[in-house]
Design a protein around this ligand. Sequence first.
Ligand SMILES: [Zn+2]
Length: 247
Amino acid sequence: MRYYQLTPITDRTATTARWSITGKRRWGLPGTECPRCEAGGSTIGLIYPSVDLSPLPEEREYRKARVVSWDEYVRLRDAVLPLMPPGAVVKPGAAMGPLVGHVRGHPPLVAMDLRHLYVQPEGAERLLAAGLRGIKPEPTSLKVGRHVAPILELEVLVGGDYAPECRPEKLGDPCPVCGTQRRGLTPYSWWLDSAGLPDTDLFRFRPRPGYIVASERFVDVLHSLGDTGIQATTIAPPAPHNAGAPS
Ligand SMILES: [Zn+2]
């Protein structure tokens, strides 16, 4: 099975899709810094639209993006853990709940902006009817124009890893406080560990959750929908060296 990285096409001459979303996630974990190893900041792309924090008494504390002390972060993180989907990666900056805002224009049946995948109900049906695994359409609080179908967001869980031959080397042991494993340089060219693929046709790449990876089966359905404004770039190891071929 081939795998592809999905990215939105930004060249306006290469797609007829014209739409945009202005929105804000309802809840999120704050940023922080580990007092032991100083790892911190926020991880981009850990997004869980299905998670509802409204039952938490401290729900309001998750509404504003901010940076807090490590202890404060741990308290807020531990309170949300029981609400997260199985296998969720939870780090500073993880975002939860529906997107609140509005949609301009007419998004395609399956649409993508920098870090999110959206579907109209018909797009979700097409993906599910094809038997694709890991398709989780979640409601949004995005207002759409008249005569525009409601828009849902796909919850894309984290999975996969670099193949061993391009995996950045571990530097020292994981931090005993926050668990961060320092690593060497990220490879410019990378491909997937075929032994560690998740059982799904769509996932966020564990080392870089901002990257969305789709199987060939997913991309086939995507292409059957016409111009979605989404580009699928093959993720593959370099071709084996062919002795005698012209260099
Ligand atoms: Zn640490």
